[in-house]
Ligand binder design. Structure first.
Ligand code: NAD
Length: 551
């Protein structure tokens, strides 16, 4: 691709930009495109099908140049990966405001999006790709670990020991699944059409082994399940063929999910198309390819429903596969739930969700120090301690060293203030950036995922993410973004992100306290408004002001 090059974020305490806000945004944009982090860096694709960090290499260069020149009281506006303007604002304002892939409702379809993308007018930003806070596969690992821990609890088990999980898709996000299952002591078989994806996860320690031989894979995982051994095995194959085959053979599978890039039918390989011909076939006839992909997803999901009928725990893992399979002719696609209503919503009511940070020093020691600080701040949170111990041991850093854990309302700001103090005192060798995923309680409207089956039926109301972005902008975040279509695809979600820098200054402390209180607070607010009693209790106990608090 024209202008492709190898990108790596600068490390250390010296900056070339005029503020840490601008320097941090620049480093995190670059970090998203680091070959250790991005799935297809030459195409500026970070993860999640075609989730990009910048619209073109020319736009990337212009963003980097502008951030280096940006005054501490100026704000850069980025429209779908292209820098479009710099305005005088003030020091409390974000240094960057981003809007990605937004389309007016009636035009919010994949064909229209692709038409505009081909004209060079827009870019798919996914969630943390176009908002510059992707931290590699670890980012999803904690959420996946939490989800599988919740699956074990719902099954009445202490862990997944003795269970066999079947899943597919071992890419940027999906690659976390095998390690998340083995961290929960279970056995897992993961199917991917792309051998290089499986090989990469083995190299990074996220997958134990892989094979091209389905019989060998089955023998390995069934023996491991029977022995109660934590083991992950990858198998090269098409899920639309392998899932029905495993169902027909009656393999004793307890848990079934999927993380292929089903949200984008062109990123899902249909049966009958050779792996090597995938890109060409999708480009030559997108509509015909979409049709075939949906038909294959119908077979894939049909088998998932078959496993459900046979007694397995089956859930959609946030990639819209049920909706696509339904379009492909699978009538019972929605027979199984999404993972949020099934396992995550109780946490969302407390504003809990994936909270992440990265060390701009590039020094892993800085992250280990923050791990210890978090453990000391929350001494009674046993699952958090278990996660931090396992993460320190198992997580291979990709790009800038980073960490993720789940914290909620009136917890996150404590971590932010502590990190800022550690930067100020010199205990950490450079500033820390603090952000979050868009798998979040208050900043997402996504009826097939984060807001599926809301108590009051407000699944598709998208005022909430817009209010969240406005609130974070007003509270002192370093960069704020509003996206469309992340996770589940164009037309199916509106969501917002924020990142705030702990540079050790007194001003940063004030900003961090507000942003990291208000951002998760908006999640509690959203769930109070939807009528969740636990969210109401959290609001009352933790002092969140809600003008029309239900009795
Ligand atoms: P990715 O594009 O990096 O990886 C997708 C993988 O699916 C690839 O390795 C590809 O080879 C494989 N694949 C495609 N068709 C296949 C088929 N027919 N059979 C077997 N394998 C096939 O995407 P990703 O970043 O891993 O994201 C996966 C999905 O999860 C996306 O839809 C994304 O939107 C969604 N997602 C979920 C969450 C969550 O929290 N649950 C978060 C972010 C994204």
């Amino acid at each position: 691709m024209q202008g492709a090059r190898e990108v790596r974020a600068p490390r250390g305490a010296e900056r070339t930009a005029k503020s840490w806000g601008a320097e941090a945004a620049k480093r995190m944009l670059m970090n998203n495109l680091d070959p250790e982090v991005a799935e297809h860096p030459d195409d500026l694709v970070v993860y999640g099908g075609s989730g990009r960090a910048a619209r073109s290499w020319e736009a990337f260069d212009a963003i980097v140049r502008t951030l280096d020149e940006l005054e501490p009281d100026e704000t850069l506006l980025v429209q779908s990966g292209k820098p479009v303007g710099v305005f005088r604002t003030h020091e409390w304002a974000p240094r960057v405001l981003i809007a990605n892939a937004n389309l007016v409702g009636d035009w919010a379809t994949w064909p229209e999006f692709r038409r505009l993308e081909a004209l060079g007018l827009t870019m798919y930003g996914q969630m943390t790709a176009g908002s510059w806070i992707y931290i590699g596969t670890q980012g999803i690992l904690q959420g996946t670990y939490e989800t599988f821990a919740a699956v074990a609890r719902v099954l009445g088990r202490d862990s997944l020991a003795g269970t066999l999980t079947l899943t597919a898709g071992c890419g940027g996000m999906g690659g976390a699944q095998p390690l998340a299952v083995t961290m929960n002591e279970g056995t897992v078989l993961i199917v991917d059409v792309d051998e290089s994806r499986l090989a990469r996860r083995v190299a990074h320690g996220y997958l134990d082994e892989y094979t091209t031989d389905l019989d060998a894979a089955i023998a390995r995982v069934v023996a491991a399940k029977d022995a109660g051994e934590a083991l992950s095995v990858g198998v090269v194959g098409n899920a639309a063929e392998v899932f029905p085959e495993l169902l027909a053979r009656g393999i004793p599978i307890d848990i079934v999910t999927d993380q292929t890039s089903a949200h984008d039918p062109l990123a899902y390989l249909p049966t009958g198309v050779a792996f090597d011909e995938w890109r060409e076939a999708a480009a030559a006839d997108p509509e015909g390819f979409t049709h075939r992909a949906r038909a294959s997803m119908a077979a894939h999901v049909g088998a998932m429903v078959g496993f459900l009928d046979a007694g397995a725990a089956v859930f959609d893992y946030g990639n819209s596969i049920r909706a696509e399979a339904e379009l492909g002719g699978c009538e019972r696609a929605f027979a199984f739930p999404g993972f949020v209503p099934a396992y995550i919503r109780p946490q969302f009511q407390e504003g809990r969700g994936p909270f992440r940070w990265a060390a701009l020093s590039g020094d892993p020691e800085d992250i280990y120090k923050t791990d210890r600080a978090i453990a000391e701040l929350f001494p009674d949170d046993k699952p958090l301690h278990r996660w931090l111990d396992k993460a320190a041991d198992k997580v291979h850093f990709e790009g800038l060293p980073a960490r993720i854990c789940w914290l909620g309302y009136k917890e996150r700001h404590l971590a932010g203030l502590k990190f800022n103090e550690m930067v100020a005192s010199g205990e950490l060798s450079a500033p820390i950036v603090i952000g979050r995923d868009h798998l979040d309680s208050g900043s997402v409207a996504s009826p097939y995922r984060e807001t599926e089956s809301m108590k009051d039926g407000s699944d598709a109301i998208a005022d909430w993410p817009l209010l969240n972005a406005l609130l974070n902008t007003s509270s002192g975040a370093s960069w704020v973004s509003i996206h469309h279509g992340g996770g589940v695809g164009i037309g199916r979600s509106i969501h917002a992100g924020q990142v705030t820098v702990a540079d050790g200054s007194a001003l940063a402390a004030e900003k961090l306290e507000r942003v990291l209180t208000n951002d998760p607070g908006s999640g509690v607010m959203r769930h109070v408004d939807a009528g969740y009693a636990h969210a109401r209790d959290v609001a009352l106990q933790r002092g969140l002001k809600i003008p029309m608090l239900p009795e």
